[in-house]
Write a protein that binds this ligand. Sequence first.
Ligand code: GLN
Length: 231
Amino acid sequence: DQASVKGKTFIIATDTTFAPFEYRDASGEMVGIDMDLIHEIATREGFKVDIKAIGFDAALQAVQAKQADAVLSGMTITDERKKIFDFSDPYFQSGVQMAVKKDSDISGYKDLKGKTVVGKTGAEGLAYAKSISTKYGFTVKALDKADTMYSEVQTGNAAAVFDDYPVLAYGIAQGNGLKTVTPKVAGGSYGFAVLKGDNGDLMKAFNKGLSGMKADGTYDKIVDKYLKSSH
Ligand code: GLN
């Protein structure tokens, strides 16, 4: 309950860039839906957070090594991950999609034959790309950071990127020079994650804060702040 997290500081590991969920603003501060959510929940439940923007795979590793208390990084709740992590109530519905350069002739997976695509290390986008790579005859390259991943496509070194569709849509709306040509692949929802059996009080506080924010409209306000302005 609240009493057991009160006044404590928890280390929250996150991605370096996963806009609009986490990214650095012009002043270098980590902002985004995930960041606003955790800061608001921490305020409501009386705990403090120390945000470590170390990368997605690194965040998952840090929690497993007990160097961080939780991952908050647009992390998809999957059965596989549930073997290692405990997840909060879902807070955002998502899934994977492919994006190519705006002027690319690629109109579907079949056009990827012999080409290389990129995805993020440890992420669902990478896993999906790998799952169809043999069928369509393309190579998958894993990269740790969104910046490198996207620039590979922008410079033409990679034919496509596989990432979560809300993130692709945000980047495209911001003018990253990409487009989507294939349907969204329905996936799971995002959840806040702690190591299985660990940090139960923090998890309870997260769920309590989240449900309060959903009930009073704060959750919608945060999502709208980042998503309405980009569409
Ligand atoms: N939602 C994806 C996953 O959990 C990607 C998360 C991310 O890149 N930060 O694998």
